[in-house]
Design a protein around this ligand. Structure first.
Ligand SMILES: Cc1cc2nc3c(=O)[nH]c(=O)nc-3n(C[C@H](O)[C@H](O)[C@H](O)COP(=O)(O)O)c2cc1C
Length: 193
């Protein structure tokens, strides 16, 4: 008899998938993933999340945009450095640009608006895994490049916080996980120096 499943099994087995194949989630599955993102906690009900779907033929145009950004940042960039992000965009079944629409000067501090976007990303990564797909949150210099931000519709102070690369994992070797005791303490009162 199979051991009964714990409700958290799926959450606890999530891991990032660097090597992705088709298919990517689409239709009802993709809607569920996006809706999971929209359940992120959000101080002040600002709804700062913006998700930009990049898939199919649009990946070539986006890859060109990344390549141009590399060239513009570094005139000495090698052809291999220019081609790398283009190839990444082309081989990734689905890219989700994760953006935060920042409200400057709002009583809810900017860091909390950014953290809410991070929470949305995490909810989507969990949903991606629970539906049997794979995903990985990636950033790199292009995430912080004003040209790439503008191409995806983000003008400062609004900005990208990264991309979810999404598809079906090519491998599923379980990742090593940190020891709980290295990250958790029981607070019993202020430290007396
Ligand atoms: C904000 C953020 C940005 C990241 N950017 C990258 C990146 O650009 N490249 C990369 O290889 N991993 C990046 N990572 C790490 C991976 O998403 C992933 O967490 C890591 O490979 C560990 O895998 P795990 O999620 O299974 O623990 C980033 C993670 C976070 C939270």
């Amino acid at each position: 008899m199979l051991a009964p499943q714990h409700p958290l099994d799926s959450l606890l087995s999530r891991q990032s998938a660097g090597a992705l194949a088709e298919p990517a989630p689409s239709g009802a599955d993709l809607d569920l993933i996006l809706d999971a993102g929209l359940r992120a906690p959000d101080h002040g009900r600002l709804r700062p999340w913006r998700f930009v779907l990049i898939r199919g033929d649009a990946r070539a145009a986006f890859g060109d945009c990344l390549a141009q950004a590399v060239k513009a940042r570094d005139r000495q960039a090698s052809q291999a450095q220019i081609d790398r992000p283009r190839a990444w965009a082309l081989r990734t079944p689905l890219l989700i640009g994760l953006g935060t629409q920042i409200r400057p000067g709002h009583p809810v501090p900017e860091i909390e608006q950014l953290l809410s976007a991070g929470a949305a990303a995490m909810n989507m990564l969990n949903a991606i895994h629970m539906l049997g797909y794979g995903g990985m949150w990636v950033t790199g210099a292009n995430t912080y490049d004003a040209r790439v931000n503008a191409a995806l519709g983000f003008q400062a102070p609004s900005r990208l916080v990264g991309f979810l690369a999404v598809g079906t994992p090519k491998t599923t070797t379980p990742a090593e996980r940190p020891e709980r005791r290295a990250h958790v303490v029981e607070w019993t009162g202020p430290h007396i120096p």
